[in-house]
Design a protein around this ligand. Structure first.
Ligand SMILES: [Zn+2]
Ligand SMILES: [Zn+2]
Length: 134
């Protein structure tokens, strides 16, 4: 199963030797790494500006079988149907098992106790990156 993890995206306006500017993007995993990245950016005279924002990323292995053990990557008749459920936690991938008479629906990540996944507003893929306002 996967889970949502908060990472940090750092964008640097970088001008090596004050020549042509470019934007360098990187992502770090923790507040500690963010602090290091900010310290480096401040110390580097080629960095004109930087900004950072928290982003949510799905990490981990997606499930490969339904809860009855049917494999999700079979032939075209049994291949899983994927949807996306919007939720306050960031969202859930919805796996609908297509094996005959199964009908298992599995959410990934597993809904937490305060999750209210809305299957009425589903797209096909998770929102990529999904930067939040600081
Ligand atoms: Zn199944
Ligand atoms: Zn949720």
């Amino acid at each position: 199963m996967q889970e949502w993890r908060t990472r940090w995206q750092v964008n640097l306006d970088w001008r090596p030797g004050r020549g042509v500017g470019q934007v360098v993007e990187k992502r770090v995993d923790s507040v500690g790494e963010l602090r290091d990245a900010v310290r480096e950016a401040r110390a580097n005279p080629d960095v004109l500006r930087f900004r950072y924002a928290p982003v949510r990323e799905l990490v981990g292995e997606p499930p490969h079988t339904c809860r009855r053990g049917h494999t999700y990557d079979g032939g075209s008749f049994t291949r899983v149907r994927l949807d996306w459920a919007v939720c306050s936690c960031g969202g859930h991938m919805v796996y609908r098992c297509k094996w005959p008479d199964c009908g298992d629906v599995r959410l990934d990540p597993e809904p937490a106790i305060d999750c209210l996944p809305s299957t009425g507003t589903m797209g096909k893929t998770p929102p990529e990156g999904n930067p939040e306002r600081p």
